[in-house]
Write a protein that binds this ligand. Structure first.
Ligand SMILES: [Zn+2]
Length: 170
């Protein structure tokens, strides 16, 4: 595959551990999972979470950390399939929403845009090919690069590495 190359998006979270209850004795491990999601999937997840907790909530006043927590908890609950379904729902729901739902949806779009800024690309570039992925850093004077290993692990390393650079290094 040619042209297989893009910058890693920044990663957010985890900001919470889902499924933990006080007094729980059976836990064996905390499993970290990462979801690669579109903006529409995040908006749908936020809308579902807010609707469940309090549909009258002023989403424009929610702190970014709360927006991310809502999205993250919804992702943990719904999984990849549920996130996809949410996105599909969002794209097909246009005429079916009540006025109140429409206002809430617009607020959810604004909240996702501010909590997950679209222009905040990292310095790490994913290149190479799917069979031989290459990650390298584009920050000035940085020699960081990785070629060995499973793609998913490399991506996590790249996200970790990206955090070592300040915002002005792009
Ligand atoms: Zn670097």
């Amino acid at each position: 595959m040619n042209g297989w190359k893009h910058r890693l998006r920044p990663a957010y979270g985890p900001g919470t551990v889902s499924g933990f209850g006080d007094g729980e004795q059976r836990q064996r491990a905390v499993v970290l999972a990462a979801f690669s999601v579109t903006r529409d999937a995040m908006v749908a997840a936020l809308m579902e979470a807010v609707t469940e907790v309090n549909p009258g909530m002023d989403v424009d006043r929610l702190p970014d950390t709360d927006v991310r927590r809502f999205v993250e908890e919804r992702a943990a609950l719904a999984g990849v399939k549920g996130l996809d379904e949410g996105e599909t729902w969002l794209r097909s729901s246009g005429q079916l929403l009540t006025d109140k739902q429409f206002v809430l949806l617009q607020a959810c779009f604004r909240a996702v845009n501010r909590a997950y800024p679209v222009d905040a690309f990292g310095t790490v570039l994913l290149a190479g090919s799917p069979r031989r992925p290459l990650l390298r850093c584009t920050a000035p004077r940085c020699q960081w690069a990785r070629t060995e290993g499973v793609l998913e692990h490399l991506l996590l390393e790249g996200v970790e590495h990206g955090r070592t650079h300040g915002a002005g290094d792009q």
